[in-house]
Structure formats: structure tokens, C-alpha cells
Design a protein. Structure first.
Length: 162
């Protein structure tokens, strides 16, 4: 009456369980490796941890006049003119003071936004720093690397109950 597993049957069951466990562990390891790889691809593509962007002040102009950086990045201005200049935020949130020839001013941007600035000595000189969030850059890259996103479109024929 009682179903008894014989020796070989038990061994088969154990072997099957072991195989399943190995597959599960392998799957988890592969998943983790893929995740790490995708993060590395993303950071390699952006080339980004905390970075520094240089803006030259030359010929009574900021060059480049507009820069885009990520939160946590530092922008460094160097005055290459013999004339003095400043880097002064329109909203007064930062101000280099007077930079003589060779003078350097750095500022780290901790929040997103567009920060316009000008030279307090020559107000026609203007520039801006656009600070964007890290995730905005990362997400599309990770999706591209993993082919995870499915573009929206009409439902596949026969897939729904229509
Ligand atoms: Cu100036």
C-alpha cells in the first residue's frame, strides 16, 4: 500500500533537487554579474564619478559659455585675460570675487538647476551652468545595455482576447 521510494529512486530525486539548486544558484550569480556589468557599462559610458569641468575666461568671454554637469560636479573657471573678471551668480548664490590674470575659482554644484552668472566688472559677459541629476543619464543607458525596455506599441495580434 505505502509508496516506498527505493534506493535508486531516492538518488534520482536527490540528483534532480541538486540540479535544480545548482541552476538556481547559477541564475542568481549570473543575475548579479549582469547587474554589476550593466552598472560598469553605464558608468564607463558616462565616464562619471564626481567630475570637474573647466571654463576658461578669455577675450572677455566664458568658454564654453554654457556647460552641463551632474550633481556633485565641480566647475573651475580660470581667468586667462590680463583684465580682471568675476564669476558672479545672477541669484548671488556664488561669487568668485575679482580674479586677476591666472586667477582660479571653483564651485561644486550640489543641486539640479540652471545657474546663470556674469562678470560683475563687465556685465555683458554672461554664462550658465546647467546641473542635471545622475539618474537621468544612467537609466536610459542601463536599459539600452540590458535591452530591458520594450517600446510601447499596439498589442501583438492574437496576444489579447480581442
Ligand atoms: Cu570681466
Amino acid at each position: 500500500m505505502e509508496v516506498r521510494r527505493t534506493g535508486p529512486g531516492k538518488m534520482k530525486l536527490i540528483r534532480r533537487m541538486l540540479r535544480t539548486m545548482i541552476l538556481v544558484v547559477l541564475g542568481a550569480v549570473l543575475g548579479m554579474l549582469l547587474g554589476v556589468l550593466m552598472l560598469q557599462i553605464a558608468s564607463a559610458a558616462t565616464g562619471h564619478s564626481a567630475g570637474n569641468t573647466n571654463v576658461a575666461i578669455a577675450g572677455f568671454a566664458y568658454s564654453p559659455r554654457q556647460v552641463t554637469v551632474r550633481v556633485g560636479d565641480t566647475v573651475t573657471w580660470t581667468n586667462n585675460d590680463s583684465a580682471p573678471h568675476t564669476v558672479t551668480a545672477n541669484d548671488a548664490s556664488f561669487d568668485s570675487g575679482t580674479l586677476g590674470q591666472g586667477g582660479v575659482y571653483s564651485r561644486t554644484f550640489g543641486v539640479t538647476g540652471v545657474f546663470s552668472y556674469f562678470c560683475a566688472i563687465h556685465p555683458s559677459m554672461t554664462g550658465s551652468v546647467r546641473v542635471i541629476s545622475e539618474t537621468l543619464v544612467y537609466l536610459p543607458l542601463v536599459q539600452k545595455a540590458g535591452q530591458a525596455s520594450v517600446p510601447p506599441g499596439p498589442p501583438a495580434v492574437g496576444a489579447g482576447g480581442q
